[in-house]
Design a protein. Structure first.
Length: 280
């Protein structure tokens, strides 16, 4: 190994085998003269996995930090506690922790979604939004929609109390609804957001009944493997402008690299290179 600065990182989450995170981070490291030491931590088959115990281990081993995906983002926010950086301290979820000299919490899903929205939608407002899922990624996307000027956001989730918790934390524009009322919210919406894992990998389900997609303006799917999910395919067929999970990923990875390295990457140069990793 060279004398270049080493970033010792990993990714914690369920069924992460298809993630492009390590490849994208390695690309950025090489472009900036750094070395990546990366270890995936797939918790999908670890029913007794304890997030805090693992973080303690990584800190003891001298890791730079760790990125967190489904279903541990709320646990990461709890672990960061008062260490969340100011820009995202209001969020209920974290997807990135750095460890030294003390734990800091980031949410590059939040900044990544804002970047993806502006790249695709420009200065347009989100309008009325229907959001399926109130877990970790929704804890970034929903507050980002509020910041972008959404006028009404209806959120539902099968887990009891989860949507209500998010609505309480995210502000007056957000309301929790029962899943039985989701169809009405979808039909009344300008935008549709899948913040669930439905459609990931070989899963061909859609969080939104495809027969009522159409008439809305835009759709976003947090899933990015594959980028063309059943949901987004139906949205495109219905004439909606679509924002894929990979659109978010492109901007998220830039923010993640900066959080770990302290180096601000050149967006215009790096985004086309990251595009080569698109999982199509």
């Amino acid at each position: 190994m060279s004398d270049a600065k080493v970033l010792t990182l990993g990714l914690i989450g369920d069924h992460i085998g298809r993630s492009r995170f390590s490849a994208a981070m390695d690309l950025l490291c090489r472009e900036h003269g750094l070395t990546l030491d990366f270890t995936p931590i797939d918790t999908g088959d670890l029913p007794d996995f304890d997030f805090d115990t693992k973080v303690d281990q990584l800190i003891a081993e001298g890791w730079t930090g760790v990125t967190i995906t489904h279903p541990h983002k709320n646990s990461a926010r709890d672990r960061a506690a008062d260490g969340m950086i100011d820009k995202v301290a209001h969020l209920p979820a974290s997807n990135l922790l750095t460890f030294h000299p003390a734990i800091k919490g980031f949410n590059t899903d939040y900044t990544g979604f804002v970047g993806a929205w502006q790249a695709v939608m420009g200065g347009a407002k989100p309008g009325r939004v229907a959001v399926a899922g109130a877990g970790g990624v929704a804890g970034a996307i929903v507050p980002a929609l509020v910041a972008l000027g959404a006028e009404d956001i209806a959120v539902w989730d099968p887990a009891p109390g989860l949507a209500a918790r998010l609505a309480t934390l995210a502000g007056d524009a957000v309301r929790a609804i029962e899943m039985d009322n989701a169809a009405d919210a979808i039909l009344a919406a300008d935008g549709l957001v899948n913040a669930t894992a439905l459609g990931m990998g070989d899963d061909r389900r859609s969080a939104f009944p495809t027969e009522i997609i159409g008439g809305q303006t835009w759709a976003f799917d947090a899933v990015y493997t594959p980028t063309h999910t059943v949901f987004l395919n139906a949205a495109e067929a219905g004439g909606l402008t679509t924002i894929s999970g990979f659109d978010l990923f492109r901007h998220m990875i830039l923010g993640s690299f900066e959080a770990y390295s302290g180096v601000s990457p050149n967006k215009a140069k790096m985004l086309p290179l990251i595009d080569a990793l698109r999982p199509d």
